[in-house]
Ligand binder design. Sequence first.
Ligand code: GTP
Ligand code: MG
Length: 199
Amino acid sequence: MIKNAEFKTSIADLNTYFRVCTEYNCPEICILGRSNVGKSSFINMLAQRTKLAKTSSTPGRTRLINLFDFNNGEFMLVDLPGYGYAKISKSEKNKWDALLGGYVEGSEKISHAFVLVDSRIEPTLLDKQTVEYLYYYQIPFTLIATKADKLSKAELGRNLQKIATSLGLGVANIIATSSQTRYGREKVEAKIEQILSTL
Ligand code: GTP
Ligand code: MG
């Protein structure tokens, strides 16, 4: 059960992350996904708070690693910068990729990743690469299909099937959510409980 959530800190570089993560002793669940897919909104939905993580209609809002402490040290949710945001300079993109990649490869506390894809859109090449990357680094993950409120039930069912096929996953490995209606929140909460109970 998610009882409370609190912003811990924002981190701009890996050295800071590796120092900060020694200050706590709980597992991390990280949130990956394309820019604007709804990562920060997803965190707010889980926390049942509207402004815990900063959201924006403009892609590229989250440029730092943001840590959120859930249930006073039970687990840390890690909001990461979105990938695939086109409107940034090459050097900024490299910096971004290094931060994201360095975190996923280097963190010893990651216990699970939530990979967010837009339920209306077929997974992109970057989404596929993310899934391959997680397999490679043997990080367990669950797929989250966001913005389910924008589709009818029938469309959502069809799209979830397409997303599953495109990523080579079973449809049972995808949880559809809406940060607006909180659809899917209980399933995500149950998943988190399962993740934590098996550690
Ligand atoms: P970056 O930090 O830029 O990578 O974006 P993000 O993935 O954190 O996305 P964010 O949560 O900021 O949401 C992006 C936009 O999508 C905002 O305008 C949100 O209001 C909207 N949004 C997010 N989740 C949902 C949802 O479930 N339903 C609807 N209708 N809109 C959503
Ligand atoms: Mg964000």
